[in-house]
Design a protein around this ligand. Sequence first.
Ligand SMILES: Cc1cc2nc3c(=O)[nH]c(=O)nc-3n(C[C@H](O)[C@H](O)[C@H](O)COP(=O)(O)O)c2cc1C
Length: 181
Amino acid sequence: MTVLKAVLNRDSIRRYSDKPVDRETLLTCLEAARLAPSAENSQPWRFIVLTDSDIKTRFGKNVFTGIYKTSQFVLKAPAILVLCADLDFTANRMGKLFTGIPFYLLDVGMAGEHFALQAAEMGLGTCWIGWFNMKKAHKALKLPKKIRICAMMAVGYPTQDWRLKPHKRKKLEDIVHWNGW
Ligand SMILES: Cc1cc2nc3c(=O)[nH]c(=O)nc-3n(C[C@H](O)[C@H](O)[C@H](O)COP(=O)(O)O)c2cc1C
């Protein structure tokens, strides 16, 4: 599969079949994430993979309730990837200080998309999740202060009726400026 084909194949999947995702498959996707680039190769990403259904249910009761209820579909996914960053890195602190850019978000974002593309190649569906109760998620996972949750990702095989639709995106001419704004 070419990179562009994998990109075209990746879709946000919100309905999952009951087919479990085996650990080897998850490990292959995590390996793709591990190989992502990062500022000063700081590799601030940390991944928590929730696959146990009791743990997921308990987690969901804390994290996907109230205004975050719309994210409850995540609990139907066989795996939930929690994408975290260890903020205790010089590259991250210096980057933010001098450029104002929190590099760790770029780093974790790239690692996550590596994961998603590898998952797509293996027939898995994923959905990035930014809509969840951050404070409760941090507490439920008993994370140390220096670990920040950046996003989550639902992971599982799409239901059989899933068909790939063209991605709705802005046209290149609306987003690209050659040789200056
Ligand atoms: C950082 C981020 C957070 C997102 N959060 C959610 C979310 O909380 N719930 C959801 O259903 N989709 C979420 N999405 C998925 C987007 O809605 C989706 O990527 C976008 O609509 C484009 O559709 P596509 O991924 O199918 O191409 C998120 C995507 C990103 C990148």
